[in-house]
Design a protein around this ligand. Sequence first.
Ligand SMILES: C[S@@+](CC[C@H](N)C(=O)[O-])C[C@H]1O[C@@H](n2cnc3c(N)ncnc32)[C@H](O)[C@@H]1O
Length: 388
Amino acid sequence: MIAAEDFKLGLYVHWPFCQKRCPYCDFNVHEVGPDDPTDHQRWASALVRELQHFAPLAQGRKLTSIFFGGGTPSLMQPETVAAVILAAQTEIGFRNDIEISLEANPTSTDADRFTGYRDAGVNRLSVGVQSLRDKALLALGRQHSVEEALSALDVARSVFDNISFDLMYARPRQTFKDWQNELAQALALKPNHISLYQLTIEPNTIFEQLTRKGLIQPKNEDDTADFYIATRQALEAAGYHGYEVSNHAPAPHLQSQHNSLYWRYQDYIGIGPGAHGRLTTGGAKVATRQHRAPTVWLDHVESDAGHATVTQDRLTPEDQLAEALPFGLRLSEGMPLSHYQALAQAPLNAAHLDTLEREGLLTTADAILKVTDEGRPVIDALARYLQS
Ligand SMILES: C[S@@+](CC[C@H](N)C(=O)[O-])C[C@H]1O[C@@H](n2cnc3c(N)ncnc32)[C@H](O)[C@@H]1O
């Protein structure tokens, strides 16, 4: 059993609004249009109230990271971000080296708020650049050009010491050569961290409808795998270690502390519409989920309850393993077998492990479960097989 105090503790804050939903996106997002009518003061109070509800579950642990995700958190007023950070500090407390990240869209109006976020306590900005090609940005339904994204990055760099950005690749009409050029341009910007996601066609998105009608042709598995391998190699050659399947950093201290906490299956509180949390309490891991719809969430938080938790489930050892194993295998550091055993309360299926090792998909050197380069594209299948 891993004692609660050995865990780090994060806070995830979900801001569910976007000016416009991107056609590939299946996140819990609600469009507000250019004249965003959000009552920011009301939202700030509600987020603080829900945070106060969860604070006792920290049980004396201090926060090691906060992540403002979305949606588009750079639509938040800096005062709202400041109110949440201050409440987190007062109600829970911070470790000295706390990482506080915020996801920003690279438009000029979002960039106008960067200084305010820094003054509120944010010390890491994650910018959704998505592509360095105007045609691709248009096809992705983005609300910014490459020029605007580059100037938002310039502003970001003048305000923050720690900047990451996201790109999406293996896009329908993208050529391998052009992606290599685009990637080289991205690396020339010398980000402190870079997330590179293969475009996924998610169910119930406009991209899925377009795919079904034959109006866009997603890349096939072989092409996607080629893009992936070449991308990882180019990043390693440029000094960016792929410490997770899609995430790369030039030094360990620049790896995302908050996201690493998910992959290592450590604890976090989740507030805001649709936010998830995982908290160890009374020796059990509890999964929390908040109401998804912004108005329902707001009503519940403003009621006597003071929170909008829809489900709060104690996870069985099998549940915990089913969550932790695919996450742990995503990390290049792997998952210690001791962590596996503590969660599963049982040893690994030795015969299945042996098969995967012989196939060259997994290794267990130094009692750490690690996927090989061959295993990385099929992590979810490996995790399912190990649990069967
Ligand atoms: C919450 S989203 C974006 C936040 C921010 N509002 C933005 O638009 O940049 C976080 C990241 O997930 C990635 N993402 C979202 N949907 C995706 C999809 N269908 N396929 C691949 N990556 C996706 C994008 O790179 C995005 O930056």
